[in-house]
Ligand binder design. Sequence first.
Ligand code: FMN
Length: 206
Amino acid sequence: MPLPNFDQTPIEFGQPVPQKKSTEVLDALFHRRSAPAPTLGLPAPTEEEMDLLIRIGFRVPDHGKLGPWRIVRFTTESKVELVERLKVLAESRGDKKAVGALQKLSIPPEALLVISSPVFPYKKPLWEQQLSAAAVCQTLLIAAGALGYGANWITDWYSYDEEAQAILGLTEGENVAGWIFLGTPTEAPLERERPNYEARVSWWEG
Ligand SMILES: Cc1cc2nc3c(=O)[nH]c(=O)nc-3n(C[C@H](O)[C@H](O)[C@H](O)COP(=O)(O)O)c2cc1C
C-alpha cells in the first residue's frame, strides 16, 4: 500500500512548524473506535507504514525530551515463538484462561510492544514519563486508523507477569505501556457505552 500523499518534508530544529486545521482529524477522533484484536487480519501495515506509524508515535509530548519509551517489533516468526513461550509458561501453571488470552496476541498480523522506559534519576516525575509512553500508544492507535487499519491497545497478563516480562526483555524500572495490535478488521466494531460526560466534568468551586 503506497503511503498517503501528505507533506513529509522534515522541518529543521528551531524552524516554525505550521499547525493545520483538519476536519478529517476531528471526524476520525470523534468516531475513534478500537478494533478488537481477534477481528484483526490481513492486510497488515506495510514496512513503510510501520515505520511511519512509529515515527508519528514518537512525536508525543515528552517533558524534558527524555524519550522515556521504546518499541519492540516482531517478525511473523518471532511473534509465533513468543506466543509459544508464553503458552508454555501459562500451561506450566495450569492456567487455561491465560492460554486462551494469548489469542489476542497470536491472531493480529502485526504488533508493537510499547515499553515505558523511564530515565533514572528522574529529572522529570516518573508519572509524567509513564504518561508520555501512554501518549505513544494512543497516537499509534490514531495514526493506524488514519492509514486505514484497525488497532487495539492491550496489556493482558503477559504485560504484568514477572516471568513473562523477562521473556519480553523488560529491564529494571520498565513497564509495558501497551501492545498495539494492528491489522484490517474483519468486521466494523460496534459502538460501546461511553462514560457519562456530566459525571466527569465539573467547574472548580474553590
Ligand atoms: C492501558 C490499557 C490497557 C488495556 N488492556 C486491555 C486488555 O488487556 N484487554 C482488553 O480487552 N482491553 C484492554 N484495553 C481496552 C481496549 O484497548 C479498548 O480501549 C476498549 O476495548 C474500548 O474500545 P475503544 O478504544 O474503542 O473505546 C486496554 C486499554 C488501555 C488504555
